[in-house]
Design a protein around this ligand. Structure first.
Ligand code: NAD
Length: 441
């Protein structure tokens, strides 16, 4: 559904009028295209005090942007605040960013590098946790389609663990991600950086559930763009739409209800050489307030959104179908973080996904060399949100730092980042793709 307000504020009279009325000013987001694969402009590398991690400059030199120590028009700013370990040290964060923040180009990126707050040193923990409040506030201030994130690298670790994450955050692919905190682990075993950066998933097999349409079809499309051989799965009732999507992407269609008792076996049979990327995207809603919700509206939501995810994940991991270096990505929702009227069933299922990811991630890495992460979409422009009543839809669109809804491709780009061969240090994470929604913030 077209966002007419975004169109209106893109015209001179519309901008004039909405400014006078004090209404939100969404900036058109610059997303990845073949012609514009990178941000346009230099990357300003700043440091607050001494760095506590190695190799930041080296990793930034591979970001695809010219790295400078001084510029008046940065397209991206990376502030290394990993060494900030005291309240006084926070002054270095202010001193570094205060003079340059205004000069960031529209659609620019700010990434603050921090470390994990220490359980043994409360001064360091306070200073590093302070960065979270700082980043979340700056995300609400920057405007003009710019985004701000915090990436935590383990103390004493190497910035190399953050390479795929920085590549994503410092690119147009992360256009609808802002105000996020990403905590990296010490890298787990994996296949390392891709041989072909333009098609990093070449030679890998990916399966996306609920992929006939909407977000799932966008995920399948982005994974295919990145070189993966893709299998798209959806309910047999959506077979025609599924086959159309598969034909468009050069993918294989697998009509299958993910709640079927033999779903894992059927998936295993479709990937005789193993599965490298499993994306649990299928999801349903059956909204009603709890007092009016019969069990037959509760159960299918838990079954499709959570139980089938738990079951197929367990069975495919145990059977060794997911390869070492494999990636599992599940789909949560900000409803699972903030809660939502009429969605006790849906929010429970999506919060359950967050629990699954956080618990299984470290064990799957240790036992199988597999990472487990989730995306938590906010308001994404799909058939599902087009059906929401006008005023609630408008509120959903504007109640975030970017003052607009996201597109399915925004969620897909985040899934593709989790799926990267060198995203081995990204594990147990839940990335909100919500334009820094005010809900659950
Ligand atoms: P959608 O309804 O357009 O697509 C969901 C797909 O899943 C459909 O093609 C459907 O047939 C399929 N599906 C449902 N049950 C299935 C089953 N048992 N087996 C196999 N496939 C099944 O929804 P969407 O908006 O594209 O959402 C995709 C995911 O993102 C869902 O998990 C949803 O909860 C989540 N999400 C969406 C939004 C949003 O704003 N659209 C926000 C947060 C989370």
């Amino acid at each position: 559904m077209a966002d007419r307000y975004l169109h209106l504020t893109g015209t001179a009279p519309g901008r004039f009028l909405t400014r006078r009325l004090g209404l939100p000013q969404p900036a058109p987001l610059r997303r990845w295209t073949l012609e514009t694969p990178r941000l346009e402009g230099p990357l300003l590398h700043l440091t607050a005090g001494a760095s506590a991690v190695t190799g930041v400059a080296e990793v930034l030199s591979r970001s695809g942007l010219p790295v400078v120590g001084d510029t008046d028009r940065p397209a991206a700013i990376v502030l290394d605040a990993t060494g900030v370990a005291t309240a006084a040290g926070l002054g270095d964060v202010h001193a570094a960013l205060h003079p340059v923040v205004r000069s960031l180009t529209p659609g620019g990126r700010i990434v603050v590098l921090g470390t994990v707050p220490s359980p043994d040193d409360h001064h360091q923990a306070a200073a590093q946790q302070a960065l979270e409040g700082f980043v979340r506030s700056l995300g609400k201030e920057t405007g003009r389609g710019s985004t701000v994130q915090l990436v935590r690298i383990p103390v004493g670790g190497a910035a190399q663990a953050a390479e795929s994450t920085l590549r994503f955050l410092l690119s147009p692919r992360s256009a609808y991600v802002s105000g996020q905190v990403i905590e990296l682990t010490t890298a787990t075993p994996g296949p390392g950086p891709a041989a072909d950066p333009a098609a990093p998933l070449t030679g890998r097999t990916a399966l996306v559930t609920g992929a006939a349409r909407g977000i799932g079809a966008a995920v399948a499309s982005v994974l295919a763009r990145d070189g993966a051989r893709v299998i798209v799965l959806d309910v047999p009732g959506a077979r025609e739409e599924l086959e159309r999507t598969a034909d468009r992407l050069g993918a294989t269609a697998l009509p299958l209800d993910i709640t079927a008792p033999d779903a894992a076996d059927r998936i295993a049979a479709a990937v005789p050489d193993g599965l490298d990327v499993l994306v649990h995207n299928a999801g349903i809603t059956r909204d009603r307030r709890l007092a009016n919700m019969p069990a037959d509206r509760w159960a299918p939501v838990i079954e499709v959104n959570l139980d089938s995810v738990l079951r197929t994940t367990d069975e495919l991991l145990e059977a060794g179908v997911i390869t070492r270096g494999g990636r599992i990505v599940a789909t949560a929702s900000i409803a699972g973080i903030a809660g939502n009227t009429g969605q006790t069933n849906y929010a429970a299922s999506k919060a359950g996904i967050i629990g699954l990811v956080r618990s299984l991630g470290p064990r799957a890495a240790a036992d199988h060399g597999v990472t487990v992460n989730a995306v938590a979409p906010g308001f994404i422009e799909t058939k599902m949100t087009a059906a929401v009543p006008l005023f609630i839809r408008e509120a959903g669109r504007r109640m975030n730092s970017l003052s607009q809804g996201g597109l399915p491709v925004d969620v897909a780009e985040a899934v593709a980042w989790f799926a990267q061969p060198d995203s081995t240090a990204v594990n147990g994470q839940v990335l909100r793709v919500c334009g820094q929604s005010l809900l659950g913030a």
